[in-house]
Ligand binder design. Structure first.
Ligand code: INI
Length: 149
């Protein structure tokens, strides 16, 4: 079988992160876990660029700019949309997820989506470290997979 192995080696990879500032405690937790994991996987500090945006709805535009710059092997979206704090939870969740998916499909640059959507703060705080760590792994795996094809 000519199956491509999962490759989590981040050596030499250039990563762009877009971090939302809405629900900052959760977003900082996501970033901290994500950054730590990227370093553990072998990405150099100087190869990680971080941009912040006001909220999850602004994230796709900045991802798109990063993707079109051709400077990055993969991108990561970090954010938190919490139902208890918004009347338009569905709009923000759906539009942000749609925009993030569109960026990767339209540009060919992988985007790991770690925009949490939860019922309340407690759920978001409980998930942020795992989600941030997973986002780093997804970004490196997808960057290596795209390169291997
Ligand atoms: N943005 C978020 O990232 N999370 C939220 O929970 C949220 N709520 O609750 O509304 C949110 N709204 C702001 C939105 O992303 C935009 O920044 C705003 O609409 C301006 O364009």
């Amino acid at each position: 079988m000519n199956k491509i192995n999962i490759n989590l080696d981040g050596t030499g990879k250039k990563i762009g992160i877009v971090q939302s500032r809405f629900n900052p405690e959760v977003c900082d937790g996501l970033l901290s876990a994500c950054y730590t994991e990227l370093l553990r996987l072998g990405v150099k500090k100087e190869d990680i660029r971080i941009a912040t945006v006001p909220g999850a709805l602004e994230t796709p535009l900045i991802l798109q700019h990063m993707a079109l710059s051709e400077k990055y092997d993969a991108l990561i979206a970090l954010g938190a949309i919490i139902r208890g704090e918004t009347y338009h939870f569905e709009v923000v969740s759906n539009e942000s997820a749609r925009g993030i998916s569109e960026v990767q499909l339209n540009t060919g640059v992988p985007v790991a989506n770690a925009v949490l959507t939860t019922e309340d703060d407690e759920q978001a705080l409980a998930r942020m470290l795992v989600k941030g760590t997973e986002a780093a792994q997804v970004a490196i795996e997808m960057a290596n997979l795209v390169r291997a094809l």
